[in-house]
Design a protein around this ligand. Structure first.
Ligand code: DI6
Ligand code: FE
Length: 411
C-alpha cells in the first residue's frame, strides 16, 4: 500500500480506560465496549475489547495512554473525493445563486471543464500545495484514509499528474491515500464533442498506461446525460477489468440512466450519489455487494430535491457509505463530521448508519475492509479519540470538532 514506509515498526502501545465503538461487523449497533482498551504492535491492532480481558502480555512494559473515559472509533475514511484540483468555482456558485442550474452552467462551458483548464495550467507541485489545506481539514477531524479521484486532467499527461499529486499527498501527511482514475468524467474541449472517440482514448490508451504505472487503485466514471452513457462506461469498465482494477461509478446523480445496475453488473465496489436510483438498481446492488455511497454535500450544494432511496437500500440490504465528494463544483466540503450531520438530517440516516458509513462501509467501498474500518485485531491501528459523552454527538453538531487525538498506523 502507498506510504507503508511511513509506519514505524517495533513498538507496542496501549490505549486504556476508553469507550470503544468498534464498528465490528455482526456486533449490534456500533459494537460498543464500555470499559475498553486497544493495543497495537507495529502499527496493527493486536487487541480491541474489554480492558478486563486484555492479555497480560499486552499490558506490561508498554507505552500506555490513559484515555480518561473518552470514546475511540476507527479512524474516519472519506471514500469519495476529488480533493486534488486547482482553483475554485465560486463564480459558478454565484451564477447558480442568480438562478442557473448546475447542468446549465456545465452546458455553458463552465462546470468540470473550467476545472480542467485550471488543473492543466498547474504543476504537480502546485496541485499538491493547493490540495494540502483540504487534506489537512479532513485530517483534523480524525480522517485516516482518503480516496482521491483524477478527472480534471482528461488527457494522459494531466490525469497522471493528478494521480501523482494525490500519491504525493500521502507521502507528505500521515494518512492513507487511495487513488481512483476518473478519466471518463467529462468531455475535454479538444475532443470536439466526440464522446465515443474520447472513450476510446480513455479505455485504450490512458487507462492502460495509468494502470501500468501503478498510479490508480480503482477506476470510476460519470454516467450521466451531461457526461457518458452506460454503453460508453461499459467500455471503460471492460478496460479496467483487463487491467485488473476494481470499478466504481458516479451513478444516477441527476437522472436515472440505470447506472446502479451497470455498476452492479461489473461487480463495482460502490455506486455513488444514486439520487435517481430505482428499486431494480437497489436490488442489483444488493445482489452484487456493491456499496451505495451517499453524498449529501453535492445534494445540498446543487439544491437537488430528489433524495437517494435510503428506504430501498435498507429493504434490500445494500450497505451505505457516506463521503464528502469534495470537489470545486458540487461539493466544496471538507468536513466528514458535517457530512454525517447532512446524511442524517437530509436523508434520514441513523447515527449508527452515519458512523458505519464513514468507517466500516467506507472501507468496504474502497475494497479495504480487511485492512481498516473497524477496531479489530489484525487491522491497521488507525484510531480517532473523541471528547464526547455519546457517539451521537459526532453526527449531531455542525461545525464543531471534538477530536482529542488521531492515530495513524499506531502513531
Ligand atoms: N459528479 C459530481 O458531483 C462531481 N463529479 C461528478 O461526476 C462534480 C465535479 C465538478 O463539478 O467539478
Ligand atoms: Fe464525485
Amino acid at each position: 500500500m502507498a506510504g507503508q514506509s511511513k509506519s514505524r515498526a517495533g513498538d507496542l502501545r496501549l490505549w486504556r480506560n476508553a469507550r470503544l465503538a468498534t464498528m465490528a461487523e455482526g456486533s449490534a449497533g456500533l459494537g460498543i465496549v464500555e470499559h475498553g482498551a486497544v493495543a497495537s504492535r507495529d502499527g496493527r491492532i493486536v487487541y480491541a475489547g474489554p480492558e478486563s480481558e486484555l492479555p497480560p502480555t499486552l499490558a506490561q512494559g508498554v507505552e500506555t495512554i490513559d484515555c480518561e473515559g473518552r470514546w475511540i472509533t476507527p479512524g474516519l475514511i472519506d471514500c469519495h473525493t476529488h480533493l486534488v484540483h486547482a482553483g475554485n468555482r465560486a463564480n459558478e456558485f454565484e451564477m447558480r445563486l442568480a438562478g442557473s442550474t448546475y447542468e446549465e452552467v456545465a452546458r455553458a462551458g463552465g462546470g468540470i471543464v473550467s476545472s480542467v483548464k485550471s488543473l492543466r495550467a498547474a504543476s504537480e507541485d502546485e496541485l499538491v500545495t493547493q490540495s494540502l489545506p483540504r487534506l489537512d481539514a479532513l485530517i483534523a477531524e480524525g480522517v485516516t484514509t482518503v480516496e482521491i479521484k483524477s478527472g480534471y486532467g482528461l488527457d494522459l499527461e494531466n490525469e497522471k499528474k493528478s494521480l501523482r499529486a494525490a500519491r504525493q499527498l500521502g507521502e507528505q501527511r500521515p494518512v492513507t491515500i487511495r487513488t481512483t482514475f476518473l478519466g471518463a468524467h467529462a468531455l475535454p474541449p479538444e475532443a470536439k464533442g466526440d464522446k465515443d472517440a474520447f472513450i476510446d482514448l480513455v479505455a485504450n490508451e490512458i487507462l492502460p498506461s495509468v494502470a501500468a504505472e501503478g498510479l490508480a487503485d480503482a477506476v470510476d466514471g460519470f454516467c450521466e446525460g451531461i457526461a457518458f452513457s452506460p454503453e460508453q462506461m461499459a467500455r471503460v469498465f471492460d478496460a479496467a477489468k483487463a487491467a485488473g482494477l476494481p470499478v466504481k461509478l458516479h451513478a444516477d446523480q441527476l437522472s436515472n440512466l440505470h447506472g446502479a445496475e451497470l455498476a452492479a453488473r461489473y461487480g463495482a465496489l460502490s455506486a455513488d450519489h444514486l439520487e435517481y436510483t430505482d428499486e431494480a438498481g437497489a436490488a442489483a446492488m444488493a445482489k452484487a455487494g456493491t456499496v451505495a455511497t451517499i453524498l449529501p454535500g453535492a445534494y445540498y450544494f446543487i439544491r437537488e430535491t430528489k433524495k437517494p432511496p435510503i428506504g430501498l437500500f435498507r429493504q434490500h440490504g445494500v450497505k451505505m457509505a457516506v463521503a464528502t465528494d469534495n470537489n470545486p463544483g458540487t461539493s466544496p466540503l471538507t468536513s466528514l463530521l458535517l457530512t454525517m450531520n447532512m446524511a442524517a438530517t437530509l436523508f434520514g440516516l441513523t447515527v449508527d448508519e452515519c458512523l458505519a458509513g464513514v468507517t466500516r462501509e467506507a472501507a468496504r467501498a474502497l475494497g479495504l475492509l480487511g485492512e481498516i474500518g473497524t477496531l479489530e485485531a489484525g487491522k491497521s491501528a488507525d484510531l480517532a479519540i473523541w471528547d464526547i459523552e455519546r457517539p451521537a454527538e459526532l453526527v449531531y453538531r455542525m461545525g464543531f470538532n471534538p477530536l482529542h487525538a488521531r492515530i495513524w498506523r499506531g502513531q
